[in-house]
Ligand binder design. Structure first.
Ligand code: ZN
Length: 429
């Protein structure tokens, strides 16, 4: 049963069979002292109990407690996509086929259907032990669904299009939306969609708007070979099939000879902390451009696998010190919104480049940091927010196998509780 809500300010001491703070080694029989939505102390339970600073104590039982996950890239308004498209099985076709299918499906969805889809996405994230999100919003009226969510992070308002006057009109639409945050824990940012749906001029305007309003930025980049071909030589499947299908036939870009990363940078200073999503089609010559600008690459391995676009050069990123985070992307290209599933897939797809402890750090501390939550969420330490989740495994993993266990499949089924700002927002079982 859910625990009764404590009076605000009443210090509660939580006990966990295993505590994984992500700011130090795991603890057997760990304790979290929570007061006013903040972690007042973290350490061995016996020690915190002896200090006597609590008024109540709650034994969470035979659980593993760790920070909530930070899903750095989603499109929650597309949570009902499998239902809309009537495709539950993995999509078969190339990236351009998928894009055309997506556009066709979304064209027939009534505008009012996106808010309930987004609301379901927010609930689904909580069920998967998620505390922070980097969500992309395209359908502005659907933003009402964010109100009241306990999730923290960012909502990136999307702009795309190759007609510069229409793009400017879209930016004008976004301006008034930016004045009121979508929920108490969420801030707005901007996301120019991708190099294959923008002109250099429109991208520049978007970056300028973000600079003027101090808005965080995200962008899909270097996702598919088709994107590379379009920018490099102005032809290929996007030019031949996607552009004509969406009424952009006369706007196929001229060959630039540039890689997606070089196309984005193009003599500009990118804002540090900008999230570049996917980063699959990135060569050794692109890496210094990324490190030079202090951007973060958000990996979405399951989406990349499903769309058959390749595998991100994770070993190169790690060697160069490019900051990384993890995202599930949307249910239009991924099997679930669970970052637990994404970690298990990353282990499989990146061939051991990322060890289980590294993956856990990406999914908690690093993800929260790149979503602007440093010092508040992502590790369990005194002074940070009281954000944590509890997993109840069938049998306790051996101490030396804990991270291995956490990065293997089936973890989403074991999530028992999620606390955000000291409040229990999910309790199952
Ligand atoms: Zn995406």
């Amino acid at each position: 049963m859910p625990q009764p809500a404590a009076e605000a300010g009443t210090p509660i001491l939580y006990r966990a069979r295993c505590l994984v703070p992500m700011a130090g080694p795991p603890l057997d029989d760990g304790g979290l002292l929570v007061a006013d939505g903040t972690l007042a102390a973290v350490g061995p339970f016996a020690q915190l109990a002896a200090a006597g600073r609590h008024q109540h104590s709650v034994d969470l039982g035979e659980v593993v407690v760790l920070p909530p996950l930070a899903n750095a890239h989603t499109h929650l308004e597309l949570t009902h996509y499998p239902r809309w498209s009537a495709i539950d099985a993995p999509f078969w076709g190339d990236f351009t086929d998928w894009l055309l299918h997506l556009v066709g499906v979304l064209r027939d969805i009534p505008p009012q259907d996106f808010a309930p889809s987004l609301a379901d996405g927010l609930q689904t994230l909580l069920r998967f032990g998620t505390g922070a999100v980097g969500d992309v919003l395209s359908r502005l009226p659907a933003r009402s669904a964010y109100r009241g969510t306990p999730l923290a992070g960012r909502v990136f308002l999307e702009a795309l299009g190759v007609f510069d006057d229409l793009f400017q009109r879209r930016l004008n639409q976004l301006r008034p939306v930016l004045t009121r945050r979508p929920a108490a824990g969420l801030d707005y940012g901007l996301t120019p969609h991708a190099p294959y749906t923008l002109t250099q001029k429109s991208l520049g305007r978007c970056l300028e708007l973000a600079r003027r309003h101090h808005l965080p930025l995200a962008m899909h980049l270097a996702e598919s070979p088709a994107e590379v071909q379009l920018l490099d030589s102005g032809d290929g499947p996007l030019a031949e099939r996607f552009y004509p299908a969406v009424g952009w036939r006369e706007k196929v870009p001229a060959a630039t000879g540039l890689s997606p990363v070089a196309w984005l940078v193009n003599g500009r200073a990118l804002p540090p902390g900008m999230l570049l999503v996917h980063g699959v089609q990135v060569g050794p010559e692109d890496i210094p451009l990324l490190t030079g600008h202090g951007v973060t690459v958000v990996l979405c391995p399951r989406s990349n696998e499903q769309l058959g676009v390749g595998t991100a050069p994770v070993a190169d990123y790690l060697a160069a010190g490019v900051p990384l985070a993890l995202g599930t992307d949307s249910l239009a290209s991924s099997g679930s919104l669970s970052l637990w599933d994404e970690m298990a897939a990353a282990r499989r797809l990146y061939g051991g480049c990322l060890t289980p402890p590294q993956l856990l750090h990406l999914a908690t501390r690093d993800g929260a940091r790149v979503l602007g939550l440093e010092g508040r969420m992502g590790t369990l330490q005194a002074g940070w927010g009281a954000h944590f989740q509890a997993l109840r495994p069938d049998s306790q993993p051996a101490p030396g196998e804990l991270f291995e266990y956490l990065c293997s499949p089936k973890r989403p089924e074991e999530i028992q509780a999620l606390y955000l700002d000291g409040r229990e927002v999910l309790h199952s079982g």
